[in-house]
Design a protein around this ligand. Structure first.
Ligand code: TGC
Ligand code: FAD
Length: 389
């Protein structure tokens, strides 16, 4: 009998502790039972029941799961990575919802917020009762957020924000937006309740990727906020970049979930599909493809688990996260495309998850630092030369 999953070829389970494995298996069951049956429809109609899902994900305990306190589970970083992998084996949009909530919006408040901001938002966000978004990117400043035009100016004891953000996950469904803005001094972060006058978040339509995810513009027109809305513990670009480290780490694992789902689908299909009188799986060309893909998936898993161990030891450096994000997303998209060839025409439909994953991974390749940005981060670590500008 063939092995049930390409992961088993590598004996990956032996590298994961019992508790982390149990968390992974719980998330896998949730995705298979509750999410998988709806994904093709959500994708086709570009609609996601975000609020209902957030509350279920909160009950499952995955929102901000690697943070301590405030109703968060305080799991290992490895368990968080494995959860991301299972969520993205469902759909990158599902993992995005969780990444943005836990690694970006919650983490920003958890790491850089005041005690009052933490008490007000974190328990409700962990429970999925409040949804967060994270506004860094602008239409003209994606890879280079330091050039952002959104401005916050002081007016007496208040702050007034003007500008706009683009491509913001969860934007239209969020209760709270963490918005980064230029001030007279440095870039500062603001905790903006989305009901504040002057704030709006129109949804971006006609996406061909991440269709089961809400993506929005944030518009800020004279949004007046009290001093207590500023994240007190950070000034400068290092603040938002510290949050990106968390989300990028989740993608190191998450992208492999999408790849695994594609590979499992392609293996199963190749064993069923008869071509020229024998199963597609019995041809050497098919086996060469499957073997090469399993190898890249396994290598990616080993890298992810290594980075997870470093993170659990508080020793993970940003350029190491770049190694993982660059490699694993690049290999995941290559695997998705190769798996699509194995399914032939059937591979282009939503009957199978492969094209959906492949299309999603186009966004994953671009967001949280494009492949080129991560190459430049690694290049800087290797040479000491910053070649971004
Ligand atoms: P640079 O001068 O190098 O650095 C500015 C300040 O930041 C510090 N820093 C970091 N701190 C923590 N973690 C990191 N990874 C850091 N990298 C740099 C640095 O020490 C410095 O601190 P200080 O105190 O001296 O001010 O900055 P730069 O302007 O040259 O830019 C560097 C570059 C290009 C790497 C950076 O801007 C970058 O990463 N660009 C990509 C932007 C990006 O990834 N955006 C993502 C937006 S969020 C998103 O996509 C969510 S999608 C999620 C989903 O749906 O799943
Ligand atoms: P650009 O920066 O314009 O890049 C275009 C091309 O130029 C890329 O190939 C890039 O690699 C290349 N390039 C850039 N700089 C260099 C250089 N120095 N040298 C060589 N090549 C270079 N942002 C948020 O803040 N919050 C969110 O929640 C969020 N969610 C997103 C959800 C989706 C579905 C998508 C697609 C994006 C999301 N983003 C979000 C934005 C995302 O982070 C940006 O798209 C990303 O940072 C790239 O910016 P850009 O699209 O403006 O591309």
């Amino acid at each position: 009998h063939p092995i049930s999953s390409p992961e088993h070829l590598f004996g990956i389970d032996a590298l994961v502790g019992e508790e982390d494995r149990a968390i992974r298996d719980t998330v896998r069951r949730f995705v298979d039972d509750r999410i998988r049956p709806h994904l093709a429809d959500w994708y086709e109609t570009a609609s996601l029941p975000a609020r209902e899902l957030a509350s279920e994900l909160g009950s499952l305990g995955v929102l901000g799961m690697h943070l301590e306190g405030y109703g968060c589970a305080g799991t290992s970083a490895t368990a968080y990575g494995l959860a991301c992998m299972e969520l993205e084996a469902g759909d990158s949009g599902l993992r995005s919802l969780v990444s943005v909530q836990g690694s970006l919006a919650m983490y920003a408040i958890w790491k850089h917020g005041s005690p009052e901001q933490k008490d007000e938002w974190l328990p409700r966000m962990a429970a999925g009762e409040a949804i967060g978004c994270f506004g860094l990117t602008e239409a003209d400043f994606g890879s280079n957020p330091s050039g952002m035009r959104t401005r916050a100016r002081r007016d007496g004891s208040d702050w007034v924000l003007n500008g706009s953000k683009m491509w913001i996950t969860n934007g239209s469904v969020a209760d709270v937006a963490v918005v980064w803005a230029q001030t007279d001094e440095r870039i500062r972060g603001f905790v903006v309740p989305t009901g504040t006058p002057g704030f709006s978040a129109p949804e971006i339509k006609k996406k061909m990727s991440l269709r089961a995810s809400v993506t929005s513009e944030l518009v800020l027109e004279d949004v007046r906020l009290p001093q207590s809305a500023v994240l007190p513990e950070t000034a400068g670009l290092g603040g938002p970049l510290s949050c990106l480290n968390e989300a990028r780490y989740g993608i190191v694992f998450g992208s492999l979930g999408a790849a695994r789902d594609c590979l499992e689908t392609a293996i199963a299909y190749s064993r069923e599909r008869e071509i020229f009188d024998k199963p597609l799986a019995a041809y050497q060309l098919s086996q060469a493809k499957l073997a090469d893909m399993a190898l890249e998936l396994g290598k990616g898993m080993l890298l992810a688990l290594h980075l997870g161990r470093l993170k659990d030891e508080r020793a993970l450096r940003p350029e190491q996260i770049s190694l993982g994000k660059l490699n694993n997303v690049r290999e995941a998209i290559a695997i998705a495309r190769e798996c699509r060839t194995i399914l032939g025409a059937a591979g282009i439909t939503l009957e199978y998850p492969i094209m959906r994953h492949a299309n999603n991974l186009e966004s994953v390749l671009t967001y949280e630092g494009t492949s080129e940005v991560h190459q430049l981060v690694i290049g800087k670590a290797l040479t000491g030369e910053a070649a971004f500008r």
